[in-house]
Every structure is written in structure tokens, then in C-alpha cells.
Design a protein. Structure first.
Length: 272
């Protein structure tokens, strides 16, 4: 049986409008992936090559996965997602074959986006991987071979995501491979406002809840942490009264003391 039978091919339902803020990130991705596919003649006219692969990097929980899905969905591309660590662990002894198989699948359903989440697990800089060193080197070599074999515009666009850009082997980032790098930062105030608004659409929020105050209080929170604050506030309201009809400011204040920003100091240095 194929090692990759679990890799589902689908067109995800995420829309650009489901992702709050991050307007420049969205624009850069459209330029890098959507424009070349939809207007190849314009790229030829301008004498520029579209990227074969794009790396999204930044702190955890800041919507890299959502962005990859929205891109595939809104550009009408098939979407295949693989998690780096799964490839390395689940298919012990078959990791290289699994890499070949994923690319074969992606090509078969082209035009497609092949998304490698946590790519650092696959593309550890040589010499840095401990223990399974040889396997890691062989998987990386296979990945490079496959990337060199795809043709931009016609078939597969590689999208990769990582929280640890420093761990990625430089060979993967050469021109013609993953040659575009886009930083997905912690949400700025505008983005935090949009994330709250998106959450509030489906929640009964009391009129006295002050959105601007929450925006100011969530500096250094990731998008995932902001959604966690909203969920926690709703649970606190229910805890107080299971028949509660709305979520009050006090619930948010309490939630903010429970859900605090968790990006470790040790990781922060990679995002400046
Ligand atoms: P990780 O690095 O941990 O895989 P990630 O950057 O891929 O994280 P996602 O899994 O895409 O992050 O996002 C986590 C969750 O946070 C999303 O499912 C969504 O609920 C919320 N979220 C984060 N950023 C945004 C945003 N800008 N707009 C709307 N929701 C967001």
C-alpha cells in the first residue's frame, strides 16, 4: 500500500477574507503564485521568472496554514499538505519514497500547491540533525531532486512553512528552489482588530465590550492566542451562567489573565 494514501488532495474552503489583516502578506503571495499562473504572458513580457517555491516563516499560530489554504482555494489550485515531522517519523525507512510519491501526486493533479508544514523537520541544515543524520540527508537530497524536476507555471508551486528559518538547509533556498521568503509576523494592531471582528461575527458580544481596548491589551499575542481568548471568554460566561446570552467585558478581562502570550523568548530572536 502507498505510504502516502493519507495525503488528501482537496481544494480547501478558506477564503482570503477569513484571514484578518496581513494585507501585504496576501498581496506578496498573489504576486508570487497567482499572477504567474493567471497571467504567464505578463511575466514573459517583463522578463521575470516566477518563484518555484515560497517559504512562509514566523512565530507559531499566525495563520501560515490558513494562508496556504486560502491561496490554493482562491487561485483554484489543488492543495496537498504534508507535515515535515510526519514524513520523517510515520514512514520510518520510507521517507524518501514518500517524498517522491507526494511530488508525483502533486504533479498528477496540477496545477497545484504542495504545502510542506514544519519543513524544518525535513530540511535540517546538514550536520545539524542528530541521530537519524543519514536519513535526514537522504530525504533532503530527494527533496532537492524533486524540486529541480518541477516546472514553474505549468505544474506545482511549493509552499513551505516554518517557525525556525535558521534551521533550514541553504541548498533548499537557492534560486530555482524555494527562492521567495515571506515573513508572517505577529499580528499588528490592525490585524488583531480584524481577528477579533472575525471571531465576534459568530459570538454574542455585549455592547459594553471595548474592541479597541482588547486590541491594545493583546500586543504580542498570536492570532491563535487571540482566538483562544475569545473562546475562553465565552466559556467563562457559560461557567457563570449556563443560560448566559452574551459575553461581557469582564469575561474578556478574566480570559486575558488566563490566556497569555506564549511564544518563548528563545524563539523570538528569529522573528526580528
Ligand atoms: P503553526 O506555526 O503553529 O502551524 P500557523 O502559523 O500555521 O501555526 P494556523 O494554524 O494557520 O497558524 O493558525 C492558527 C489559528 O489561529 C487559525 O486556525 C485561526 O483560528 C487563528 N488565526 C491566526 N491568525 C489569524 C488571522 N490573521 N486571521 C484569522 N484567524 C487567525
Amino acid at each position: 500500500p502507498s505510504a502516502m494514501r493519507e495525503v488528501a488532495i482537496d481544494v480547501p474552503k478558506v477564503l482570503w477574507s477569513d484571514i484578518g489583516g496581513l494585507e501585504t502578506v496576501k498581496l506578496k503571495l498573489k504576486q508570487a503564485v497567482e499572477w504567474p499562473l493567471k497571467h504567464p504572458e505578463s511575466f514573459i513580457r517583463m522578463g521575470i521568472q516566477p518563484p518555484k517555491g515560497v517559504l512562509l516563516y514566523g512565530p507559531p499560530g499566525c495563520s501560515k496554514t490558513m494562508i496556504a489554504k486560502a491561496l490554493a482555494n482562491e487561485s483554484g489550485l489543488n492543495f496537498l499538505a504534508v507535515k515535515g515531522p510526519e514524513l520523517m517519523n510515520k514512514y520510518v525507512g520510507e521517507s524518501e519514497r514518500a517524498v517522491r510519491e507526494i511530488f508525483r501526486k502533486a504533479r498528477a493533479v496540477s496545477p497545484s500547491v504542495l504545502f510542506f508544514d514544519e519543513i524544518d523537520a525535513l530540511a535540517v541544515e546538514r550536520g545539524r540533525s542528530s541521530g537519524a543524520g543519514n536519513v535526514a540527508d537522504r530525504v533532503l537530497a530527494q527533496l532537492l531532486t524533486e524540486m529541480d524536476g518541477i516546472e514553474q507555471l505549468k505544474d506545482v508551486t511549493i509552499l513551505a512553512a516554518t517557525n525556525r528559518p535558521d534551521m533550514i538547509d541553504k541548498a533548499l533556498m537557492r534560486p530555482g528552489r524555494i527562492d521567495r521568503i515571506i515573513y508572517v509576523p505577529l499580528p499588528d494592531s490592525e490585524t488583531r482588530r480584524e481577528i477579533f471582528k472575525l471571531q465576534f461575527r459568530s459570538m454574542p458580544i455585549s455592547e459594553e465590550v471595548c474592541l479597541e481596548e482588547l486590541v491594545l491589551q493583546t500586543q504580542k499575542y498570536s492570532g491563535a492566542e487571540i482566538t483562544a481568548v475569545c473562546r475562553e471568554a465565552a466559556l467563562l460566561a457559560l461557567q457563570e451562567d449556563i443560560q448566559a446570552k452574551c459575553i461581557m467585558g469582564q469575561h474578556f478581562q478574566h480570559a486575558l489573565s488566563i490566556v497569555t502570550p506564549r511564544i518563548p523568548e528563545s524563539l523570538r530572536k528569529f522573528y526580528e
